[in-house]
Ligand binder design. Structure first.
Ligand SMILES: [Zn+2]
Length: 159
């Protein structure tokens, strides 16, 4: 089992070794999403997203359920996002030339969701939001590039 586990670990990391798939995992942090939701949030071709979701599903990263015609995705285990957060904290520390304790302290505080993405309604913290934009003297935060694009196109619709 000791050796088998390394092989399973490798397979899991291979499934996660793609920036868009990591972004999908983070979108699923504390919510379930349909393919359409993910498509809107990421602004990627739907075929492309379906393929990423298939990889994540086969690796056991996400589970699916069917609601009517929609397939709903959720994280298979909360440890997935915790493991990813730990790696991001390490990267943050390396890039900010800070020690890890500072980065962790920053992370815990900044993870608290304070704002809503005006397009999809996802709860975000300003630090974990993918994108932000100033509009009419206010800063708006977005989960990913798809929502930012929708907002840029027609901000009036969302404020
Ligand atoms: Zn969004």
């Amino acid at each position: 089992m000791y050796q088998d586990l390394f092989e399973l670990h490798e397979q899991l990391l291979k499934a996660l070794a793609n920036s868009k798939r990591l972004e999908i995992v983070h979108l699923l942090r504390d919510q379930e999403l349909s393919v359409t939701d993910i498509y809107t949030m990421l602004d990627l071709p739907q075929a492309n997203i379906s393929q990423h979701l298939m990889v994540l599903k086969e690796a056991g990263v996400v589970h699916t359920s069917r609601v009517g015609k929609q397939i709903i995705y959720r994280l298979a285990h909360p440890h997935i996002i915790q493991a990813s957060d730990l790696m991001r904290e390490m990267l943050l520390a390396q890039h900010q030339q800070q020690n890890l304790t500072d980065a962790v302290a920053l992370k815990m505080k900044d993870l608290v969701p304070l704002v809503h993405d005006p397009v999809c309604g996802m709860r975000l913290s300003p630090k974990t939001a993918g994108f932000s934009m100033d509009y009419a003297d206010k800063t708006y935060y977005f989960c990913a590039s798809g929502c930012l694009k929708a907002f840029q196109k027609e901000a009036k619709k969302y404020v």
